[in-house]
Write a protein that binds this ligand. Structure first.
Ligand code: Q46
Ligand code: ZN
Ligand code: ZN
Length: 307
């Protein structure tokens, strides 16, 4: 395969775009596309400050790198969950981030270690409160949302960015469609505006990249990332949905992209309007001050009270 721009050896062939590129032109293409989507979907501007949730995986580190290279004000946030899973997952992921930062002097990282701050790791908190039984994901999601919002608010960030890619978004969309979860469909979007009551704007600048494209970018750029997924991430239904979509993609390149973009067009045309359940009024939590729909004491503070 030859690069379409310079006839050098291609490192990637994107069948859905009928485009093969060498390493140099791939990096330029990837950066240009990211910039284009940030602007097209009005995610944030150069004057705004972005907080990037970094896990040590390829997507989040690639996102941080691209944003810095494009000149955005992007700081990182790492949340230490205290997960071992037989692969020393949390320590290994932080080590990858530190290694990344060593090559990017000036990059700022916030580290929030859950166990030292609140007294228990995520798996322990899940066990102690019996929330989520064998899987700590519900506790983990609650804690991550709270910490991201708090750091964004306290640090004066305008926007929270995550590294979700097209494969992730298409699989979620597929699940929501299979079960006709119209409330979720109405809210699924690459940009969630800030709420008046203090929740930060959330954006997914990589939502149009296939997973293999973010992986190729990380590889070409020499980003060393953690290959292991979180040991609890083996969610059977998401994996099944990803497999089905990948099979369709193999037979018909571009299927995932069309599926997701078609949904966005329908959404923008108002197809899901009025279907999102109206959210109960938010009030500030009496302990931490973050907006909550759970009365005057938020789920996060109640969780740690039980632990
Ligand atoms: S929720 Fe569950 Fe993730 Fe937390 S415990 Fe791991 S898999 S990291 S996206
Ligand atoms: Zn080239
Ligand atoms: Zn609270």
């Amino acid at each position: 395969m030859k690069c379409k721009k310079c006839s050098g050896t291609a490192v990637i062939n994107m069948r859905q775009h009928k485009l093969a590129l060498c390493d140099v032109h791939y990096v330029a293409w990837f950066q240009g596309q990211t910039e284009r989507f940030i602007q097209k979907y009005k995610m944030f501007t150069l004057d705004e400050r972005a907080l990037v949730a970094v896990s040590g995986g390829k997507d989040s580190l690639a996102l941080w790198q691209v944003l810095l290279d494009l000149g955005y004000q992007a700081d990182g946030l790492y949340i230490g969950l205290g997960i071992d899973g037989g692969v020393d997952y949390s320590h290994q992921s932080l080590a990858k981030i530190e290694q990344f930062m060593a090559g990017r002097p000036g990059a700022q990282l916030h580290v929030v270690d859950i166990e030292s701050l609140y007294g228990a790791s995520i798996p322990d908190a899940a066990r102690l409160t019996r929330r989520g039984q064998s899987k700590p994901c519900s506790v983990c999601g609650l804690v991550k949302r709270h910490v991201m919002n708090r750091v964004a608010r306290d640090g004066g960030y305008d926007v929270l960015a995550t590294g979700h890619n097209l494969d992730d978004e298409a699989a979620v969309l597929f699940g929501n469609t299979l079960h006709w979860q119209v409330g979720y469909l109405a809210r699924q979007s690459p940009v969630l505006p800030a709420s008046a009551d203090g929740l930060a704007r959330k954006v997914k600048p990589f939502f149009r990249f296939y997973e293999r494209e973010t992986a190729a970018y990380a590889l070409v750029q020499g980003i060393d990332y953690i290959y292991d997924e979180c040991p609890y991430s083996v969610d059977a239904s998401t994996i099944r949905h990803k497999m089905v979509l990948s099979e369709l993609e193999r037979k018909s390149p571009g299927t995932k992209l069309q599926f997701y973009l078609g949904f966005l067009r329908a959404r923008e045309a108002g197809a899901f309007e009025g279907l999102a359940e109206s959210r109960p009024e938010m009030r500030p939590c009496r302990t931490c001050g973050q907006p909550t729909t759970a009365g005057d004491w938020c789920a996060f503070c109640r969780l740690w009270d039980k632990v």
